[in-house]
Design a binder for this molecule. Structure first.
Ligand SMILES: [Fe+2]
Length: 245
């Protein structure tokens, strides 16, 4: 009986086929993610437990809320690596990227690019979660014209972007990669995001899956998600590009 109650705390490594988590906020104190080194270590242990063997960390770059600097973030990443090694963590900290908000400051970033790329190849971008910014799709197009490979973070989370609308389809048609959040599949961000995530998978629009882990609350939700049969089936049915990173 005791085992029955303990079952939920034991993570199922269902995300092993992905290999790499490519979206999370585990550099302490640089954004709305992890608040301290201990929290980062605990979250990384969870990522290992749910099946990942590599992780790429992607702090927010968003003006003026998170005015991060690429060189500073690189240094902090090295500190985290050092601590993780001291703790004997069995997950590889494979790289540092950024989650770049397409905001009013983004054009300046594009004019003077210092992007921290996911896997050294992709620029991970996100839109506002509340309202559409005029000209944001054009900025993505400009990036592509300059030769950048663009991943749009969690397209299922933008309430103003419908799967049946023109906008997501247009981004898809012009070669933008889509990354959904695994937690969306369990309803962590609400039913609408959940349905949109499943619909995008069915349409074959999703190349990457990320955890977007911010803290231990997300990590626990991720552990719980590994007991969700529907999500387990998704992992068996679809292939992602995470394991190419
Ligand atoms: Fe994120």
């Amino acid at each position: 009986m005791l085992n029955f109650f303990k079952k939920k705390d034991v993570a199922n490594p269902i995300f092993a086929p992905l290999g790499t988590d490519m979206h999370c906020h585990l550099i302490p104190k640089v954004d709305d993610g992890s608040k301290c080194m201990e929290e980062s270590i605990e979250c990384l242990q969870t990522l290992k437990a749910v099946g990942y063997n590599k992780v790429i960390i992607t702090p927010h770059f968003q003006y003026p809320r998170f005015p991060n600097d690429e060189d500073d973030i690189k240094n902090r990443f090295e500190e985290l690596k050092h601590c993780a090694a001291n703790e004997g963590l069995q997950i590889e900290l494979a790289g540092i990227g950024g989650e770049y908000r397409i905001d009013t400051a983004f054009k300046a970033r594009l004019d003077n690019p210092r992007f921290l790329k996911v896997g050294g190849k992709y620029v991970l971008v996100e839109f506002s979660l509340h309202q559409q910014m005029m000209g944001s799709d054009e900025l993505i197009f400009d990036m592509q014209m300059k030769g950048y490979e663009v991943i749009l973070a969690h397209p299922e989370r933008y309430p103003y972007m419908n799967v049946n609308g023109m906008r997501l389809e247009q981004l898809k048609n012009q070669g933008v990669f889509f990354q959904i959040n695994s937690l969306s599949l369990g309803g962590f961000y609400g039913d609408e995001a959940k349905h949109r995530a499943f619909e995008m998978l069915e349409r074959g629009w999703v190349e990457f899956m990320g955890t977007d882990t911010h803290n231990t609350m997300y990590a626990q939700a991720l552990r719980d998600l590994t007991h969700n049969r529907k999500v387990e089936k998704i992992m068996e049915k679809y292939q992602f590009l995470n394991n190419t990173l």
